[in-house]
Design a protein around this ligand. Sequence first.
Ligand code: PLP
Length: 409
Amino acid sequence: MTSDSVNWEAVRADFPILHQEVRGNPLIYFDSAASSQKPRQVIDALTRYYEHDNANVHRGLHELSSRATDAFEAARNKVAKFLNAASADEIIFTRGTTEGINLVAQAYGTRYVKEGDAILLTEMEHHSNLVPWQLLAERTGASLRFVPVLEDGTLDLSKLPELLTPEVKIFSFTHISNSLGTVNPVADLCRAARAVGAISVVDAAQSAGHLPVDVQALGCDFLALSGHKMCAPTGIGALYGRAEVLEKTPPYHGGGEMIVSVSLHKSTYKEAPHRFEAGTPNIAGAVGLGAAVDYLESIGRQNIAAHDGELVRYAQQRMEADVPGIRIIGPRDRSGLVGFVMESAHPHDLTTYADRYGLALRGGHHCNQPLMKKFKLPGTSRASFYFYNTKEEIDRMITILQEAARFFS
Ligand code: PLP
């Protein structure tokens, strides 16, 4: 698959922040797995919203309130289409992946998980897809189980039959590992969960903006994403919930917007998704997420995935061939990020060194402490790419890493 049909230079020009110097060098932003940059189209949508339409949603009987409500609900429709949800009612706006997973753990988990049940995770989960389940297990007396990670950074699926038994009520796993770049076989895992009567929860923080994600084809019950990792503002995300599962999930937060009627001792609640959106939502954020979805669709996620793939293969090949003392962690076949260690330097020192030259990497445990422990690493350095990056930037990174290898030896 190639991405030749897109003018990538023009795409890059959409991102004002990329065209600056940092410490006297052109910025090389290789930290998009932590947070992506925003195109002018998204920034403009936010400005337009605040300059023309800003008001509270669903409450007012005036023009601006109905415009804000229309914009907010239009964004929900866009996200639903983006994920191929059967209906926009299956899309709940959240602050991000972390909140989406906590919502499932708190609302669905508290109602349906009991002592003696099990929650199945994997050893490669981000803390956001681990700690909420630990809290649920503590509250309910359920146990946690983990699909092991093999040396090559893939899941040991041979262990699935003994782990995914009828005691498992929830199987929650990441689509793409934020440290290893592993792309998990989501549809197979969701099918396996359903076969034992468990619901599936997909952490799509690293995948939603990078490759086509079709919740119906994947067959998942819940899927959580973060807007800021896919060109949208911070503080907005979405949780997809399959209608049948959402219907039987009780509310999470209580407050305005999520009720039908309230008396002093009892309230009744709206249907999904409004039942899960108490209080004034991040309206501008949702508008920004809608604009980001439009933007990503205009490029095409197949094209984005192909371009990411070209960059990551090039980076891997050059790092292995041209930088002494580097070890890449994770499978060869990976999404758009490379986690690595330089034998002579701690990841924090290497990342700080790179910053001196305007190269933004990430160093540390990447909210994957158990995984780092498993690989007996203090952490890794991570270069993560998005479609606005170039091979020339990778060449510059290689030169900086070569100099670092000399500096630290
Ligand atoms: N899951 C994965 C795989 C991630 O990489 C991240 C963020 O790095 C998260 C969850 C948490 O996302 P957020 O902090 O946007 O809620």
